[in-house]
Design a protein. Structure first.
Length: 122
């Protein structure tokens, strides 16, 4: 009878050891990087100044705006413009170090041009 209890105790101790070793193996398997980053930041968003706006009209039909040119400061890397409220933006060509833009008129007629909208980024 004493032998039966010893075996039972041995099995219980063995099961506890196996489970604790398995738990340790799972916990020990986690590897973390040497460094980790998290954070938040902000920078102010500045605006652009658009000036010297000029329009070029079609020689075949002077009621159609073919191009709009303008000066933009500070210099931009990308710029688009629209001449109609809610109309599609036309991609501009930037020259003079990004301070002069020439944008297609998009076939807009003078009578339909109701807004000059510029979207630019650096």
């Amino acid at each position: 009878m004493f032998h039966f209890r010893s075996s039972k105790l041995f099995v219980v101790v063995l099961v506890i050891m196996v489970l604790s070793t398995a738990a340790y193996a799972f916990a020990a398997g986690i590897t973390m990087p040497a460094t980790s980053n998290a954070g938040e930041g902000d920078i102010p968003i500045g605006g652009y100044t658009v000036s010297a706006v000029t329009y070029t009209y079609s020689t075949a039909d002077p009621s159609i705006i073919t191009f709009v040119d303008f000066t933009i400061a500070p210099a931009a890397i990308k710029a688009s413009a629209s001449l109609v409220d809610g109309g599609p933006l036309q991609v501009c060509v930037l020259t003079v170090g990004g301070t002069h833009a020439q944008c297609p008129g998009g076939g807009v007629t003078v009578i339909n041009a109701d807004e000059f909208r510029v979207v630019a980024s650096d």
